[in-house]
Design a protein around this ligand. Structure first.
Ligand code: SAH
Length: 508
């Protein structure tokens, strides 16, 4: 039997890309994952399919699983020979009861390893632009809990002592006791003018914050409406936060944007919107998978050397075509000498990955424009053209070519279908909260959106999203299907779409 082991891993302050490289690697490889409330969902999607995931989170005010049970669970999983990751928000050894878990494992003879994480105070300071130490203002940092162990009767935190340290105070779990804490600090002689930052969901697109003075901070927090869990940072170093707060200055900060591409396709758009500070909801309305008729594939590959043109109408077409191609041939030269055309820059980018040069790309990225560009080369009459496509229509592209006497072979390499959203967490969030914007990047996303309208029905009070289309073909279909359009990208690319979103939502 293999010997199990437990890794106590820090998940970082919130944003999934602030976890350590080692932490990510362990999440990806573990057999069992035992995780807490504060951990951002994204990390949970990194596990392998067979990983057994157990939520043992605690929310302020009550414990959903007693600490002893968590320890027993870790020991049992390890004794069963599993590689166990115990994932905790921030750092496992900063107010995470990591020390107790390590003790329990030691007593049970289980091997463990500790992987640090960016603790919430450090993450918060970074996203707020607060230097925790400063040559002139603070030469020490205190990490202190504001929420004392409810099982202890006497108060353990000596606020009087901390008030006199001249240090930056980072108070975890303190928001519900803020009134008490601030009055204790004032009583001990701290200046009521000392700056204070209160930050909820630091480092996440949903971050909320307010800045105030120690003397009046309880009132400031009530006015701001910020609720726990939050970090409290007290000290003169907070003074310049409004000036340095780079995170909340991002153009799309505070905007929730739903994107409706497939999971495989959405990463670039998601990444770009995320970089601009948006809270991105990925609604995978459609799913794309390989779908090839074996006989057609045989015929196409048999004749491959005889085509004059190969035409790609989407990046997926390129991906699935080359998957089939390289399962048959080892060498890219087996493609022959055909000329290559592509509908738009994303498709060109995929083709160029194979060091193949694209000769034709129309100015406007539609099938009809691609056909026109091809016809413009005067090489189409009686030529053999291979159109690589999905299962959905490419009539706009193929018909004009055939009218000009091209011999067109269609090679369907993938299919697009509607996906099931009933259990999808992003769809749930969309129903509850709505979004500020929603993007449509192809006809199939529009069709699928309409088809799944019920699964995406907004609840009362949810924000109605403004709709964005990548270009005229998508917009036309939206009109036909009665999906109101707010703005169409001037240039039919992801860049164009992003410009449209920023123009509409930030500088209307
Ligand atoms: N081990 C964790 C702390 C757990 S205690 C760490 O090292 O960060 C939980 C407290 O951490 C919360 O009550 C809150 O005060 C703080 N916290 C955690 N994540 C936070 C975040 N993203 N933004 C603000 N505060 C956070």
């Amino acid at each position: 039997m293999s010997v199990g082991m437990v890794y106590l891993v820090g998940a970082g302050p919130g944003a999934s890309d602030l976890v350590t490289v080692r932490g990510k690697e362990l999440i990806e490889r573990c057999d069992a994952l035992v995780y807490d409330y504060l951990v951002y969902d994204e990390l949970l999607t990194w596990t392998k399919r067979s990983c057994e995931k157990t939520y043992v989170g605690k929310r302020s005010g009550y414990h959903s699983k007693p600490q002893e049970d968590i320890e027993k669970l870790l020991i049992k999983l390890a004794k069963d020979g599993k590689m166990v990751v115990r994932l905790k928000g921030g750092d496992p050894f900063v107010f995470g009861r990591g020390g107790e878990e390590a003790d329990a494992l030691l007593d049970a003879g289980i091997t463990f390893e500790i992987v640090p994480g960016v603790t919430a105070s450090v993450g918060t300071a970074a996203s707020m632009g607060i230097p925790l130490t400063h040559r002139n203002d603070s030469s020490a940092v205190v990490l202190v809990t504001g929420h004392e162990d409810p099982e202890k009767s006497e108060t353990a935190v000596n606020w009087d002592h901390y008030a006199k340290l001249d240090a930056t105070l980072c108070i975890y779990m303190g928001l519900t006791k803020l009134d008490y804490i601030s009055s204790e600090l004032l009583k001990a002689g701290m200046d009521p003018e000392t700056s204070v930052a209160i930050v909820r969901w630091a480092t996440l697109p949903t971050q909320e914050s307010c800045i105030g003075k120690l003397g009046t901070i309880s009132k400031t927090v009530i006015e701001s409406g910020i609720k726990p869990p939050a970090m409290i940072i007290i000290g003169e170093v907070v003074r310049d936060a409004p000036k340095h707060s780079w995170f909340e200055q991002k153009p799309l900060f505070g905007k929730r944007i739903a994107i409706t591409r497939t999971r495989q396709q959405s990463s670039e758009l998601m990444h770009r919107l995320h970089q601009l500070g948006a809270d991105v909801l990925e609604l995978p309305l459609i799913k794309v998978s390989a779908a090839v008729d074996e006989q057609v594939k045989k015929d196409v590959f048999f004749e491959l050397g005889s085509y004059d043109w190969i035409v790609f109408s989407s990046p997926n077409g390129v991906r699935y075509f080359f998957k089939e191609f390289f399962s048959e041939y080892k060498d890219v030269r087996s493609m022959g000498f055909m000329r290559i055309a592509a509908v738009g820059p994303a498709t060109v980018k995929e083709i160029e990955q194979f060091h193949l040069e694209v000769e034709i790309m129309p100015e406007k990225h539609t099938g009809a424009d691609l056909a026109e560009a091809l016809i413009g080369t005067d090489s189409i009459e009686h030529s053999k053209v291979l159109v690589v496509k999905g299962n959905l229509g490419s009539d706009d592209l193929i018909k004009p070519l055939e009218e000009k006497w091209a011999i067109v072979d269609r090679f369907e390499v993938y299919k697009t279908e509607a996906s099931d959203l009933s259990e999808n967490a992003a769809a749930e969030k969309f129903r509850q909260l709505g979004a500020h914007g929603i993007t449509f990047t192809s006809g199939s996303t529009v069709r699928s959106f309409v088809k799944q309208a019920k699964a995406l029905q907004l609840e009362e009070g949810a924000e109605t999203p403004k709709t964005f289309s990548i270009g005229p073909v998508t917009s036309k279909l939206m009109k036909e299907m009665h999906v109101p359009l707010v703005r169409e990208a001037k240039e039919s690319t992801l860049d164009g779409l992003i410009v449209a979103i920023v123009e509409e939502l930030v500088h209307p």
